[in-house]
Design a binder for this molecule. Structure first.
Ligand code: F6P
Length: 392
């Protein structure tokens, strides 16, 4: 096809999203956008971060702004999440304002976990009208999704909420419905594994057991996957109850292991797993039981998990999702009832789920979806941790 100069077909024959990725790449790298078509309707799209900080937020914003501007539309940035939308902290972005953002950690626009309530809705409605906003892209985590749901359910009271909305999942916790993965979780996992590998070297040197605490709130994704990737004995998840009997069993396993020559123990605990049986409690329990056989240290990894520049995977997926989100907003803007949706990756494909389904898809009282595909790997982790059942 290339010899025949049929480049369109040659590109499409690369399969999957190759042609689309190529188009995105060429657009984003240009030094200025294409001018709008004569007579074209120029939309004003607002963009904000909401929820906890997650690496990749900036990469998503950069892609959205450049791909949307290249189609002739204008972007306004809302600072500090919904605080900015309430207080009117809103300003226009230009092509160069997102230069270099693909690799930058942190959140250039700032973020907050504020979920609007009460009089906030009047202020938001007024600002959406004043700034003539035609669509809203929320790049964030749980509180961004809750806020989008709140706006969606108040459309009858506030006509300016009747605009298309997309929630693009960014959270290190990977705890959002409508997607298998959220942007930032890969970077956080890399941060955890890099640091646990170092901690393991200290443990091997001195016959030690480490209790490592990782983030994730109500979702055990980071604990289970970092446990799998570092070869931990145990991952404690918030999805499961932890009993004192289970901890006694774990202590017995450690004692047996160290007696038969083991040099390191590694237990990974999600920050909310076990409630009052926290990392300090577990460390004390193991230390007391370990006696002279091994000592125990705890390591709470903390905010290194949110930090650093996004991984290549997070940058690329953020860009892909941002591109599709913009297409979605542009496609919905003229509908009589524009959709409000959560974009996500499902089995590697991009899918949209109505924000109306948000409450139905999440576990009541917890910040996590009802269906978490990765929990199916729990049994693999358990098998890998066990001493083999030897033939009698
Ligand atoms: O939700 C993301 C997250 O990093 C959680 O894993 C963690 O519990 C929390 O945010 C930390 O919040 P903050 O940065 O406000 O201390």
């Amino acid at each position: 096809m290339i010899h025949a100069q049929d480049f369109e077909t040659a590109l499409s024959m690369r399969g999957g999203s190759f042609a689309e990725s190529y188009r995105i790449f060429r657009t984003i790298l240009r030094s200025h956008p294409n001018p709008p078509d004569p007579g074209q309707r120029q939309l004003r799209l607002a963009i904000l971060n909401a929820g906890g900080l997650s690496p990749g937020m900036n990469a998503a914003i950069r892609a959205a702004v450049r791909l949307g501007m290249d189609k002739g539309h204008t972007f306004v940035a809302v600072k500090r999440g919904f605080h900015g939308l309430i207080e009117g902290d809103i300003s226009e972005l230009d092509w160069m304002s997102v230069s270099g953002w693909v690799s930058r950690g942190g959140a250039g626009l700032g973020t907050s976990r504020h979920i609007p309530g009460g009089r906030d809705f009047y202020a938001i409605a007024k600002n959406l009208e004043t700034h003539k906003i035609d669509g809203l892209l929320i790049i964030g985590g749980w509180s961004g999704y809750e806020a989008a749901y709140q706006l969606f359910t108040r459309r009858n009271d506030f006509p300016s909420f009747n605009i298309p909305i997309v929630c693009l999942p960014t959270s290190i916790d990977n705890n959002l419905p409508g997607t298998d993965l959220s942007i930032g979780a890969d970077t956080a996992l890399n941060n955890i594994v890099t640091n646990v590998d170092k901690i393991k070297q200290s443990a091997v040197a001195s016959r030690r057991c480490f209790v490592v605490e990782v983030m994730g709130r109500d979702c055990g994704y980071l604990a289970l996957f970092s446990g799998l990737a570092t070869g931990a004995e145990k991952a404690y998840l918030p999805e499961e109850d932890i009993t004192i009997a289970e901890l006694q069993e774990d202590v017995a396993g450690l004692i047996e292991g160290f007696k038969s020559g083991k040099r390191l123990g590694l237990m990974i605990r999600n920050e909310k797993a076990g409630g009052l049986y926290d990392s300090g409690f577990m460390s004390t329990l193991f230390e007391q039981a370990g006696g002279d056989l091994f000592d125990v240290r705890q390591a709470i990894l903390g905010h290194i998990q949110q930090g650093g520049n996004p991984s290549p995977f997070d940058r690329i997926q953020a860009t892909r999702l941002a591109s599709e989100s913009i297409e979605f907003l542009l496609g919905e803007v003229d509908q009589p009832t524009p959709a409000a949706a959560m974009i996500g990756l499902k089995g590697g494909e991009i899918e949209f789920t109505s924000i109306y389904d948000f409450p139905r898809l999440v576990e009541p009282g917890y910040q996590r979806p009802k269906d978490q595909w990765w929990l199916r790997l729990r049994s693999i982790a358990e098998t890998m941790d066990q001493t083999p059942n030897l033939p009698k």
